[in-house]
Write a protein that binds this ligand. Structure first.
Ligand code: NAP
Length: 287
C-alpha cells in the first residue's frame, strides 16, 4: 500500500482564498484586519517565519506591522510595545515570535497581550478556554492539523489517536483539540515506555517531537493516518519532518509531507485568527 499524500499546500491555499474574500469585505466595511508581529533578536529561523507571516498578510490584503527589536531589548520595553499594540485600533492580532532571548520572561510577555488580540492562542486565558470548550483563539499548528483532517474527510470521531510530544505549543493543545473532536487520545513523550507498541495501537498518529525521521514504519499500524508536525533542518540544509516519510508512506493510508504539510496550515490558521479578531472587533464597535 502507498499512502495518500495529504496536500497542505492545496488545503491551505483554498482556505486563504476564502479568507481573501473576507478581508476584502471587512476592508470595504472600514474594518481592515491588521496583524502586528514582534521579533526580538536575530534568530535566523525566526526571521524566515516572520517574513513568511508578513508575506501572507500582504497577499491577503491584511495590514501588517513588524517590530524588529535588538536582542538586548529590556523586558519592560517589550511589554511597553505590547501595551501600545493592545491599544492600537489598526492592530487586531499580536504575535510575539518565539524563542525570546533568555533575559526575557516569556510568560510575562504572553500574559501582557490582550486576550482578544491573542491570535497565537498562547495566552493562559486562551489555553483555559480551549480546555473548557469555550470560544477563543486556538493555537495555529494544532488547529491547522484539525482543519487538514476535516478538509481530507478524515474523521477522528471514536478513533484512537496517539500524539507524540507534550509541548505547550503543539502536543498539549493538539490533545485537547482531538478530545473536542471525540477522539480517544494517548499523549506520548520522552518518558513513554515501549513507544512503538503504544503508537501501533493508534488509528491516527500526530508526531511533534523535533527529531528528524524519528517515527519509523514499525511505529505505525498498517492503514493508520500519520500527521507530521516536525520541522528539522538537516546537515545538507534540507528540511525533514519527525516521520521517516519514505518508509512510513508504505504502511500508512494517508500521510502529510514536510515541507508542504502542516507548516502551510499553521500560517493559514494565523491569518484565519487575525480575520476573526478583526470581525469581532468590528462587531464590538458597531454595538
Ligand atoms: P518541544 O517543545 O521540544 O517538544 C518536543 C516533545 O517531544 C516533548 O514533549 C518531548 O518529550 C517529546 N520527545 C522528545 N524526544 C522524544 C522521544 N525520544 N520519544 C518520545 N517523545 C519525545 O517541541 P515543539 O515545539 O512541540 O515542536 C515539535 C516539532 O514540531 C519541532 O520539529 C518543531 O520545529 C515543529 N513545529 C512545527 C510547526 C509547524 O508549523 N509545522 C509549529 C511548531 C512546531 P518531553 O516532554 O518528555 O521532553
Amino acid at each position: 500500500m502507498t499512502a495518500t499524500i495529504i496536500d497542505g499546500k492545496k488545503i491551505s491555499s483554498e482556505l486563504l482564498d476564502k479568507l481573501r474574500e473576507e478581508v476584502r469585505a471587512l476592508t470595504e466595511a472600514g474594518a481592515k484586519p491588521g496583524l502586528a508581529v514582534v521579533l526580538v533578536g536575530e534568530d535566523p529561523a525566526s526571521q524566515v517565519y516572520v517574513r513568511n507571516k508578513e508575506k501572507a498578510c500582504v497577499d491577503l490584503g491584511i495590514y501588517s506591522e513588524v517590530h524588529r527589536l535588538a536582542a538586548d531589548t529590556p523586558q519592560d520595553e517589550l511589554i511597553g510595545l505590547i501595551r501600545l499594540l493592545n491599544a492600537s485600533a489598526d492592530v487586531h492580532g499580536i504575535l510575539v515570535q518565539k524563542p525570546l532571548p533568555a533575559h526575557i520572561d516569556e510568560k510575562a510577555v504572553i500574559g501582557a497581550i490582550a486576550v482578544e488580540k491573542d491570535v497565537d492562542g498562547f495566552h493562559p486565558i486562551s489555553v483555559g478556554n480551549l480546555l473548557i470548550g469555550d470560544d477563543g483563539f486556538l493555537p495555529c499548528t494544532p488547529a491547522g492539523v484539525i482543519e487538514m483532517l476535516r478538509a481530507t474527510n478524515l474523521s477522528v470521531d471514536g478513533k484512537r489517536v496517539a500524539v507524540i510530544g507534550r509541548s505547550n505549543i503543539v502536543g498539549k493543545p493538539m490533545a485537547a483539540l482531538l478530545i473536542r473532536e471525540n477522539a480517544t487520545v494517548t499523549v506520548c513523550h520522552s518518558r513513554t515506555a515501549n513507544l512503538p507498541e503504544v503508537t501501533r495501537e493508534a488509528d491516527v498518529i500526530v508526531a511533534a517531537i523535533g527529531k528528524p525521521k524519528f517515527v519509523t514504519a514499525d511505529f505505525v499500524k498498517p492503514g493508520a493516518v500519520v500527521i507530521d508536525v516536525g520541522v528539522n533542518r538537516l546537515e545538507d540544509g534540507k528540511l525533514a519532518g519527525d516521520v521517516d516519510f519514505d518508509a512510513v508512506k508504505e504502511v500508512a493510508s494517508a500521510i502529510t509531507p514536510v515541507p508542504g504539510g502542516v507548516g502551510r496550515m499553521t500560517i493559514a490558521m494565523l491569518m484565519k485568527n487575525t480575520v476573526e479578531a478583526a470581525r469581532k472587533a468590528a462587531a464590538v464597535s458597531a454595538r
